[in-house]
Design a protein around this ligand. Structure first.
Ligand code: J7C
Length: 440
């Protein structure tokens, strides 16, 4: 599933270097060249120098492509070459371009401009068939309706509408450059009379009229990651007719305490005795590296669930407000029904599509372990230390999804839990809390 790559993660090579001392390593004509710092750098050790963005440095030698020998205000030392640039004007321009967008839209829509993610989404039968089923089972009610398909991608939902129902028009809105192809697909399938492809961000496009139905496939990892839901809420407030319909109409996040034996073995227990040697000093590093962030492509076996799952959040797409997304809290109370090792919590979501037909059934898209696996899979939140639990124990607590105040597509999931054990003579209570950035 979609994954943003984060700028600002540059790491300087920290290996020790000696200052260049041979003439061969120095600049050809021996005279230093002036460079401007593209961004600030904090030198480590005694042979690197620190500088701020915009500082002018004199480069005396380029002993490697990565590390140069430079001077700033009379201090001389190593600097990372990638931080320097020779043309100040070009640099300013780049800086403007690089000014980081809290929505990372270039990267986000860029990733939807190639087929990789569309192939993944379209190949997901549960997902795609759920939308198809919604249209099919509501085809009578869709007759002569105005539909907006927000984030239509290759246009599959719009094409289902045109093919299976008789809406008066479908506005297929897509911000990525895939929209150009979507337009061709609409034509190729003879749907251009009904489907109008509009390329642009849903927040910025203008429609000639309000819509009866707002349909979108906006769900991300752990339901909210990407926060495309915000675009849906804004479109609802701007373009949905009074009494109009939103598909999906509601969404729930479900949690279950679980075992994750093989993941734990692979990433943590591994260090106990590889090749007969004790590598346990690496375990704190392993915990940091593998268990700090959630594992988003986890497939939990129904058998790994230690309790019955519990819905921790329920979002009503008609009443949910953009500002509600800043912090969403839920609670859980689980009763352990079999002994096992509590390694973490697994989360997944379900969305519901209300029926427009009298007596019609709600369509559900469930991404949990008891349904067909989807491309979202499930999200695993590993505890720092596994805890043995027994039938009759209870695990209760809270979950908070806190949206990153800067990076608007990201959030941190904080879990807080109490384990009440009734197996020991004295009742035993263990408390834990852990915050998981997704991904910033
Ligand atoms: N406006 C238009 N298209 C969008 C928007 C938006 N605000 N946000 C996301 N998309 C498109 C995106 O380019 C991609 O084709 C699809 O919607 C994302 C689907 N992602 C998901 N997690 N379901």
């Amino acid at each position: 599933m979609f994954n943003l790559i984060f700028p600002g993660n540059q790491t300087a090579d920290e290996s020790k270097r000696q200052p260049p001392d041979t003439q061969a390593e120095r600049e050809d004509d021996g005279s230093p060249e002036e460079y401007v710092a593209r961004s600030g750098f904090t030198g480590r050790g005694s042979d690197q120098i620190s500088f701020s963005s915009g500082d002018k440095l004199l480069v005396h030698a380029k002993p490697s492509s990565e590390w140069w020998w430079a001077e700033l205000r009379g201090v001389i030392g190593y600097v990372p070459a990638g931080y320097l640039s020779q043309d100040a004007a070009e640099e300013e321009e780049e800086e403007e371009e690089e000014e980081e967008d809290p929505w990372q839209d270039d990267e986000y829509f860029g990733s939807y401009s190639t087929l990789r993610l569309h192939l993944e989404m379209l190949s997901d039968k549960s997902r795609t068939e759920a939308y198809r089923q919604v249209i099919l089972s509501n085809c009578a009610s869709l007759r002569n309706k105005v539909v907006m398909d927000l984030g239509c991608g290759t246009g599959i939902i719009s094409l289902f509408c045109a093919q299976l129902a008789q809406p008066s028009v479908v506005y297929a809105v897509e911000a990525s450059s895939m929209a150009e192809y979507t337009r061709q697909l609409v034509k190729q399938n003879g749907c251009e009379e009904v489907v109008t492809v509009l390329q642009g961000r849903a927040e910025e496009i203008e429609l000639p009229e309000q819509v009866d139905v707002l349909v979108s496939e906006w769900m991300g990892n752990c339901l909210l990651f990407e926060f495309m839901v915000e675009s849906v809420l804004l479109a609802r407030d701007r373009w949905l007719k009074e009494g109009g319909v939103i598909w999906p109409s509601s969404a729930a996040l479900t949690l279950v305490p679980c075992q994750a034996d093989s993941y734990y073995a692979e990433k943590m227990a591994f260090w106990e005795r590889p090749y007969g040697l004790d590598f346990t000093p690496l375990q704190p590093l392993a915990q940091q590296e593998f268990f700090t962030k959630p594992k988003f492509s986890h497939l939990i076996e129904p058998n790994d669930c230690l309790t019955a799952p519990c819905d921790v959040l329920n979002l009503d797409m008609y009443t949910l407000q953009v500002q509600d997304l800043e912090e969403i809290k839920g609670q859980f109370h689980f009763c352990v029904d079999k002994p096992g090792v509590f390694h973490g919590f697994t989360a997944w979501f379900t969305v519901h599509f209300e029926s427009l037909e009298t007596g019609g059934a709600t369509v559900e898209l469930n991404t949990g372990p008891n349904s067909e696996p989807t491309h979202w899979k499930q999200t695993l939140f590993m505890l720092d230390r596994p805890v043995s639990v027994y039938a009759g124990d209870s695990i209760s607590g809270t979950i908070v999804l806190r949206r990153n105040p800067v990076w608007r597509r990201h959030m941190t999931v904080t879990l807080h839990w109490n384990i009440n054990s009734c197996t020991e003579d004295t009742d035993n209570c263990q408390v834990g809390t852990k915050s998981f950035p997704m991904w910033r």
